[in-house]
Design a protein around this ligand. Structure first.
Ligand code: BGC
Length: 717
């Protein structure tokens, strides 16, 4: 009988279990299935009893989890517990802002809290592993999965990666409030060509090493226990067929000990990729390349035994994969955990929800980016006594959960209208009207919207994408607002009443056409459960926004890919013809990476350095004084960028190397210190080797990737 202790058993015991397993049971551990509608069928129960399945995804009903676990732990021959996995990307029941929104907070501590909060809820339901964090750096907002991503920059992505892992996994995974993390999608999926989901990826070894790999390295350094391989072809080879990637790089060089999980049906898709001639061949390729767990294709159970008999797969390959799965289960304490700790203690659950609601509100407020604020229109002045809240997101609940919203309940979402009414000064009149539908035509009533607006002093227009317009399989070739929403903004701006725009989206939208029609813009992404309260507080100045863009906002789709860390060109755009520019569009973005305003203003001093040159072992200290020069308290995210102007390989015009936050009262100043050393200046050279080259470097400390005060230093051997 399993005891109630959560302590892992000895690794020698794991080896002993392995030695008692028959082939069918071993293969079972590598099989991950998903029951239809999350409900166990009789057929699945039989498979569990026979030890022919090792893990499930997408079961979230604790009674189903408990039922399955009881069969595995009591009725199967070796009583090996099941592992339950789920996509807990930005919350489980309490829904936090989507990952790209959280990345706008640039706040690692906040993200750690969010991950821990989500872990507590999911583990209370019996989930053990989350398919998160998604660490795909992405520079193409057409790709819908940018919503799940940490944005365009490897430094920021790595910082947040650590935080996600710490938050999900904590120190002792077997604790009943933690989840095993499974960073995904290893590696390069964020560069799908044309931003079209599932399309192939072509990236150089240097880009792979410098841009796409770092957040994963950070995750594994932080102890992430598993990973999911991308299912797209990277340089012609899907990771499920790439032993150099999964074995040489991931296992040998990086040293990942935990299992590699295929993405959904990825083993079968090797056939569609033209890599395997049939499903059986796909299985041999996948397991021999390093895929331990086959997510949902069912092909491992169908073909592994046969392949073993034919000598195409070795038993030791299967054993090693099984050992990794059992070790993960053991780390989670599953071998000693009661199979039914799942009766959720209602008091404990309510306490978790209450705390998480607070974290969700904090996270939502920190995720909002103020993009424009002409004449200091925001926060809304107390003299404004009547507000027209117009747009299809005014009274919306469901869409605010965003893509991958786990078991989030839209009824718990606070609408923008509710938030506005809650935080408006007493007596403020708030009139609400949809004006038009989010996506479909035919229900527009611009006249009514105009009529309501004309009786108010201020318009708050709530517009954006539907949640399912971003996320997986939601690539877009046009990034504008749906036409009826654009028209709504047109007619509202024609009233002459100032318009505050709130944009909900899973990606940067193309706001060029509407920017001049509004006086203020808040980029709100999808903020989750606490949407209304967060925005209510921001609009009325009870919270001063501090979010910064983790991804560049283009002026038009034609500029994509557009990102701040561009390489220099032989014919820079500021030279006369012929130069590197469009004939019909500027090169600059609408809003650059790192950009975001505040209700106050900050003055940056020129950075001072503790020395003008450093050698390979010294540290450079960079001090900047920052002052709140406005009239309200505010938080600023200071950013440190560097440039290596002359190197053996062309280096980016700027690279982010530091982020610091500071909260200042009006008139308050503070000296902020960044430190860097030669390792921060390393790059991957033409031969693919990490290299540090001496020479001159520029650095900037500033509020975004386009502004900042410059200094310079030398690196000497
Ligand atoms: C996605 C993964 C996800 C998996 C399981 C796939 O389609 O690419 O990110 O974890 O489904 O839901």
């Amino acid at each position: 009988m399993p005891s109630s202790s959560l302590k892992p058993i000895e690794s020698s015991d794991i080896r002993a279990i392995l030695s008692r397993m028959n082939l069918e049971e071993k293969i079972g551990q590598l099989v991950q299935l998903t029951p239809k509608d999350g409900i166990l069928s009789e057929e699945l129960k039989t498979l569990i009893q026979k030890g022919k399945v090792g893990s499930f995804l997408n079961i979230t009903d604790p009674s189903q989890i408990e039922a399955a676990q009881l069969i595995a732990s009591h009725k199967s021959r070796l009583q090996i517990p099941l592992l339950f996995a789920f996509d807990v990307l930005h919350g489980f029941k309490t829904i936090f802002p989507i990952p790209i929104a959280l990345a706008s907070s640039m706040d690692a501590e906040l993200i750690e809290q969010v991950a821990r909060a989500a872990a507590k809820e999911a583990r209370a339901f019996g989930i053990h592993l989350t398919f998160a964090p998604m660490l795909d750096v992405c520079r193409d907002p057409r790709w819908g999965r940018v919503a799940e991503s940490p944005g365009e920059d490897p430094f920021l992505a790595s910082l947040l990666s650590s935080a996600w892992i710490k938050g999900f996994q904590g120190k002792n995974l077997s604790s009943s409030s933690l989840l095993a993390a499974c960073p995904k999608h290893f590696v390069g999926y964020g560069a799908v060509e044309g931003g079209r989901d599932y399309n192939s990826v072509t990236i150089s070894y240097r880009l792979l090493q410098e841009i796409y790999l770092p957040p994963f390295l950070q995750a594994f350094k932080q102890g992430a226990f598993a990973t999911m391989a991308a299912f797209v072809a990277i340089n012609g080879l899907p990771p499920a067929a790439n032993p150099q990637l999964l074995k040489d790089l991931l296992r040998k060089d990086i040293g990942l000990e935990g299992p590699v999980i295929s993405d959904w049906n990825a083993v079968r898709e090797l056939v569609h990729h033209g890599i395997a001639e049939n499903e059986k061949a796909a299985v041999a390729i996948a397991i021999n390349s390093g895929i331990d767990i086959d997510m949902v294709s069912g092909l491992y159970s169908q073909y592994l035994e046969e392949l073993l008999q034919e000598g195409k797969v070795k038993e030791e390959t299967i054993d090693a994969a099984v050992q990794r799965v059992l070790t993960l289960k053991n780390k989670l304490g599953l071998f000693t955990q009661e199979p039914h700790p799942l009766k959720i203690d209602q008091n404990r659950w309510q306490t978790i929800l209450k705390t998480n609601k607070q974290i969700a509100l904090e996270a939502a407020k920190k995720s909002v980016v103020l993009l424009k604020n002409e004449d200091g229109l925001l926060p809304i002045a107390p003299s404004i006594r009547s507000i027209a809240l117009i747009g299809p997101f005014s009274e919306e609940r469901k869409e605010h959960l965003g893509p991958w919203s786990a078991i989030g309940d839209s009824n718990e979402v606070i609408t923008l209208a509710e938030g506005l009414k809650r935080y408006a000064p007493r007596g403020t009149k708030i009139n609400v009207v949809e004006g038009c539908n989010k996506f479909s035509h035919g229900t527009e009533d611009y006249q009514q919207a105009i009529k309501i607006a004309q009786h108010c002093q201020l318009i708050v227009a709530a517009v954006g994408e539907k949640a399912n317009m971003s996320g997986e399989a939601a690539s877009r070739a046009f990034l504008d607002l749906p036409t009826q929403q654009q028209k709504l903004i047109d007619v509202l701006s024609e009233t002459g009443i100032p318009v505050v725009l709130i944009v909900f989206s899973g990606r940067p939208l193309d706001l060029s056409r509407i920017i001049s029609k509004t006086k203020a813009i808040l980029q709100a992404w999808f903020l989750g459960t606490e949407t209304g309260d967060a925005l209510g507080q921001i609009l009325f100045g009870l919270y001063n926004p501090s979010g910064k863009l983790p991804i560049t906002f283009p002026r038009s789709v034609g500029q994509i890919p557009i990102y701040y860390a561009q390489l220099p060109t032989g014919r820079p755009a500021n030279r006369s013809f012929p130069s590197c520019r469009y004939i019909d569009q500027s090169n600059t973005p609408l809003f650059p990476f790192g950009y975001g305003l505040s209700y106050t203003t900050f003055h940056y001093s020129f950075p001072t350095l503790n020395r003008s040159r450093i050698n390979y072992h010294q540290t450079l200290e960079i001090l900047t004084e920052i002052e709140n020069t406005g009239t309200v308290p505010g938080e600023e995210i200071l950013q440190l960028y560097i440039r290596d102007p002359v190197a053996s390989l062309s280096r980016p015009l700027k690279e982010l190397k530091g982020i610091k936050r500071v909260f200042l009262k009006p008139g308050e100043r503070q000296k902020i210190k960044f430190t860097i050393s030669s390792v921060d200046l390393a790059f991957i050279d033409y031969e693919g080797k990490r290299k540090i080259e001496p020479g001159q470097f520029f650095l900037w400390v500033g509020p975004n990737s386009m502004e900042g005060k410059r200094a310079q230093f030398d690196l000497v051997p």
